[in-house]
Design a protein around this ligand. Structure first.
Ligand code: UT7
Length: 328
């Protein structure tokens, strides 16, 4: 019998429909197209339009992933949405997606790990397929950061965007599939990126809202350094565990937080610049959606080909970080 691994059978993507350019942002905060492009790489990003929300983006991406995978919704065993911006506080956004796509026999829940959500989900869920517990798992990484952004804070509002990327996981013939993965969290840097208000410690109140504690607070400069180190270290860890070297990698697909973070990670890993995929220019930072949405785009462009070795690496609030090595 041919050896099997767990892999991605099909991808889907749906970004917010409203295009927000740097010029648009110049009208909202004290910033410039020149500053945003040089300091972040972003030219434009997409945010929610009227009638759109986490569940509408996530469901659209999910439907496309199922179609591309050739898997029916009723065959899905688990629907897992990674998000920090749910459709509503209760129930899980996964329940809304499940209802929309009619994945009627599935279990459904959300995973809250900010930007590394997709890598975390694939790491913890893929063994459930290898041990035979489940056949197909639908992972939808969906974040609508525009809804938790302080639109008067130029340090964050120029970065964030809304989007969803979905993947159907199932068995693929070896040597293709997930080769290795690792996830970690550095809790001593929680305060570098957080939403302090709106939880049990600081429940919603007029004071919380007036202090804008329900919006993302970020110490971007400090986080930048932590990001570069953690993404590099965890990439080297998965390569070593897999018995591969960086020269074996065809494509580096990092979380898209800042083009300078991607450049610094690529330099430290000694990856040729042309192997490092950049989508932040046209997509902005879609949190956990950036990696699946970027994989979707490069597969569509023909840049990502069967059997390519792909290294995904990510970090975010927590500070959570992780990496995934896949033979496509
Ligand atoms: O998904 C994970 C979450 N996000 C991240 O990981 C982001 C990581 N950090 C970063 O990408 C960068 O730190 C930023 C893009 C957020 C900021 O870039 P920086 O080069 O680290 O700038 P800085 O924070 O050191 O600020 C430099 C200057 C400051 O002005 P002064 O104090 O030197 O006068 C800021 O006030 O740039 C100013 N600044 C801006 N100026 C124009 C900050 N944001 C803006 C802006 N437009 N949007």
């Amino acid at each position: 019998m041919q050896e099997k691994r767990v892999g991605i059978l099909g991808l889907g993507k749906k970004l917010g429909s409203k295009v927000l350019t740097n010029k648009d942002l110049e009208k909202i905060v004290d910033t410039s197209d020149e500053w945003i492009q040089t300091r972040t790489g972003i030219k434009e990003r997409r945010i929610l339009d009227k009638g759109e929300s986490a569940a509408t983006l996530a469901s659209a991406a999910a439907k496309e992933a199922l179609e591309n995978a050739g898997v029916k919704a009723e065959e899905i065993d688990l629907v897992v949405v990674t998000t920090i911006t749910p459709e509503q506080p209760l129930p899980a956004t996964a329940a809304f997606v499940q209802r929309e796509i009619h994945a009627d026999k599935a279990g459904a829940f959300d995973l809250v790990v900010a930007c590394p959500g997709f890598v975390y989900a694939l790491t913890v869920l893929s063994p459930l397929i290898s041990i035979g517990k489940y056949k197909y798992i639908l992972v939808v990484s969906c974040d609508t950061l525009s809804t938790i952004t302080d639109w008067e804070d130029r340090g964050t509002c120029v970065l964030f965007a809304d989007g969803a990327g979905a993947a159907v996981l199932g068995e693929v013939p070896a040597p293709r599939g997930i080769l290795q993965s690792a996830i970690h969290n550095d809790p001593y840097n929680i305060e570098l990126l957080e939403i302090p208000g709106g939880g049990s410690r600081r429940p919603y109140s007029h004071e919380v809202i007036d202090n804008k504690e329900h919006f993302v607070k970020m110490r971007g400069n400090e986080l930048f350094k932590v990001a570069v180190k953690s993404m590099t270290d965890v990439s080297l860890e998965v390569l070593e565990k897999a018995g591969w070297t960086i020269d074996d990698v065809d494509l580096l697909v990092p979380h898209q937080a800042n083009i300078r973070i991607t450049d610094a990670v690529a330099t430290r890993l000694k990856v040729d610049k042309e192997k490092a995929v950049i989508s932040i220019t046209y997509m902005g930072n879609n949190s956990s959606a950036t990696i699946p949405a970027t994989l979707y785009d490069i597969q569509k462009e023909g840049r990502l080909k069967e059997n390519d070795i792909v290294l995904c690496t990510t970090f975010g609030s927590g500070v959570a970080y992780g990496a995934l090595l896949i033979q496509w």
